[in-house]
Design a protein around this ligand. Structure first.
Ligand SMILES: [Zn+2]
Length: 393
């Protein structure tokens, strides 16, 4: 049931179209052939020590957001993520971040004021905002707390001395990266990572990077920062797949042209493919951009066990991603997005925690399928002339 169907008049959550029409016509049917991976630009290993502590956002109001019927985005996910983090993070190295509701000011940097108002009034009982996106009587507290927790993590990470490194992880529900400026979508009500990024800009950060390794494209985040040169959005996602956006040709517009980077990876991509994508695109872009704060939309649904997608990652893959990004980030905040297999979620969060606190595994290497080669090269070609890394090799 859409909100409009509850008798509220025209669907109040409708907004203008996503910046471009997303056809799937440019997806090539690919051969099964494999080729030796092209020589990657040499990527230096992380040169910085692991983090001594992790700032953690966690709150039981996130558990109370639940569907009346079976739904993959369920409270048990948080228990799994908590267990994984607890396995990696001794209490003495955990620093709790207090959760408070996001302010209207924080939300309206990324969402329309009308949407925020209408969403709040729509929540309260049980219902759906779109076919996938449910709410319950506790959803307002969860959603406002999740967005507020994301902003609180940003404030904590930016609070130290200029040369002080800091990292944190926010175990948030509901997730956020599909939430658009004026619409809930894909299990997401408010765009937590976007709220966190905008908070950093409001506090004086000049550049914020968002790495989105959830298996689904972070269409909401992309849309919010589409024309903003201060925010680099890099997404690795299965393509084509829900929500249909995220083609390599989507690169941002206006002053933000080039600051949206989409790695549209074929179904069946495993650790080696992601490793190449990090080496050839994600890490060079982070190096070149030089963010004051790096955020991760940390979904774990590209895991081989996940029921909602078809990628082939394992727990250690996520540890490698976290370690690689951490090596280039003075201040790093991870926000939980998707991940719907409980065992995979627990193991992957544990691997991430270990990589941030100790030394994580290296990025996977190896030959990759031709289709994946071509997918990564399409992204590099789309950014030719916009980034040094895309013009090299
Ligand atoms: Zn996802």
């Amino acid at each position: 049931m859409r909100i409009g169907a509850r008798g509220d008049g025209p669907d109040p959550l409708d907004t203008p179209e996503i910046p471009r029409k997303m056809g799937l016509g440019n997806v090539t049917v690919v051969s099964e052939g494999r080729s030796k991976g092209q020589a990657s630009p040499p990527m230096s290993a992380p040169t910085t020590a692991p983090f001594s502590t992790l700032h953690v956002v966690d709150d039981d109001r996130f558990d109370a957001h639940r569907s009346r019927g079976a739904h993959p985005e369920r409270p048990e996910r948080l228990a799994a993520a908590r267990a994984g983090l607890a396995g990696a993070l001794p209490d003495a190295r955990r620093v709790a971040v207090a959760v408070e509701d996001a302010s209207d000011e924080a939300l309206e940097r990324v969402h329309g004021a009308g949407y925020v108002r209408r969403l709040r009034s729509a929540l309260g009982e049980w219902g759906h905002l779109d076919a996938d996106t449910y709410f319950c009587p506790e959803s307002e507290a969860a959603a406002w707390g999740a967005a507020g927790g994301a902003a609180a993590l940003t404030r904590r990470l930016l609070a130290g001395e200029p040369d002080e490194r800091a990292a944190g992880i926010a175990l948030l529900r509901p997730p956020g990266h599909h939430a658009r400026p004026g619409a809930a979508m894909g299990f997401c009500l408010l765009n937590n990572v976007a709220v966190a990024a905008a908070e950093a800009l409001a506090l004086g950060a000049e550049r914020v990077a968002i790495v989105d390794w959830d298996v689904h494209h972070g269409n909401g985040t992309q849309e919010i920062f589409w024309e903003d040169p201060r925010v680099l959005f890099v997404s690795l996602h299965q393509y084509p797949h829900y929500p249909g956006t995220g083609a390599p040709s989507e690169i941002g517009a206006g002053a933000g042209r080039g600051k949206t980077i989409n790695l549209a990876l074929p179904a069946g991509s495993g650790p080696e493919v992601y490793g190449e994508a990090f080496r050839r695109v994600v890490l060079p872009a982070l190096d070149e951009f030089g963010a004051d704060l790096t955020l991760v939309s940390a979904g774990f649904d590209a895991h081989a066990r996940d029921p909602l997608a078809g990628q082939e990652l394992d727990d250690a893959s996520y540890g490698a991603f976290a370690g690689a990004v951490a090596g280039r980030a003075a201040r790093l905040g991870l926000m939980l997005e998707g991940g719907y297999d409980l065992q995979a979620l627990e193991g992957s969060v544990r691997a991430v925690g270990e990589a941030l606190l100790e030394t994580g595994p290296e990025l996977p290497e190896g030959t990759i399928p031709t289709a994946a080669e071509e997918a990564i090269e399409r992204t590099r070609r789309a950014h030719a002339g916009l980034w040094r890394f895309a013009d090299e090799g």
